[in-house]
Design a protein around this ligand. Sequence first.
Ligand code: RRO
Length: 330
Amino acid sequence: MTSLETHIGKFKLNSCLYNASGPKCTTEEELLNLFESTSGVVLSKSCTLEPRDGNKGIRYWDSSKDINRWDLISINSMGLPNNGYLYYVDMIPKLYEKAQLLGIRKPYIISVAGLSLEDNLKIIETINQSKKSFHTLIEVGIELNLSCPNVIGKGQLAYDFYALEKYLDGIFKLDMKYIDIFGVKLPPYFELSHFETVAKILSQYPIDFITCINSIGNGLVIDVETDKPVIEPKNGLGGIGGSLIKPTSLANVYNFKKLLHNIDIIGCGGVTCGRDAFEHILCGASAVQIGTQYMVENVGCFDRISKELIEIMESKHYKNIEEFKGKLLQ
Ligand code: RRO
């Protein structure tokens, strides 16, 4: 039997494919829907201390309905709309109940994107305390988002290397005893020296995983019928996703895999089919997240992409992902 099982830190996943934080993971209904799907993890929308409506106007567009499209492109400037961190903490007992009911074991990862270090410390502390009462009953992790491109007036923290180090110093002073795994979501890097600098910073902390990459920030997509950008906030600038960004996400997974030996890499960016997931794993990804394609196709994408990935593995006589993970030939 060909298996898609994998590990991220101490989590054992039945499938290496799961949702990226962002699309369709904000409400209880969406999170329970993910729980019942074949997604290997339930990952939440990034949360802040207080609930947020996000940016105003048309703030998401993708090319899936564009008959002239040559590729799947998405652009978003959501601006971190979410129900506030307590909503996502309250999902821990709800998912536990669902797990008992369905007899399914599936980890829950909360994406955290507080607007300051103090906010993040408070959010992480609360998740840790809350998890204490459910210790051993449900696995809970944190993906700290250091790379949101769309909060007006705020840059992407992980592009400021000095600030990144100070931030992680602050975070790792916290007691996170009950949090099963902790990772960070990074923006795309393009300069080889930046991979080395960031890897050196990350290696100082007990980080279980990194997710590479967030959307490529501040892109511009234009509608030539109207001569306007397709989205409205920030003069039309937004994070780019979809198959267009796969070469950049693969390069980020590949470069960090070479530099980080005790940190698992989660590939994210441009995964629309089994072949894309296979390429991410070949570059060193232990698991692969699906963003724009999940937005377009809904939870059915996990079944389809799993099936396609298994077909590729079978054609190459691989029985599990360890047999080809990180084995890109040169
Ligand atoms: O909500 C958003 O605008 C958003 C976030 Br937090 C993120 O991390 N990446 C992205 O493309 N959009």
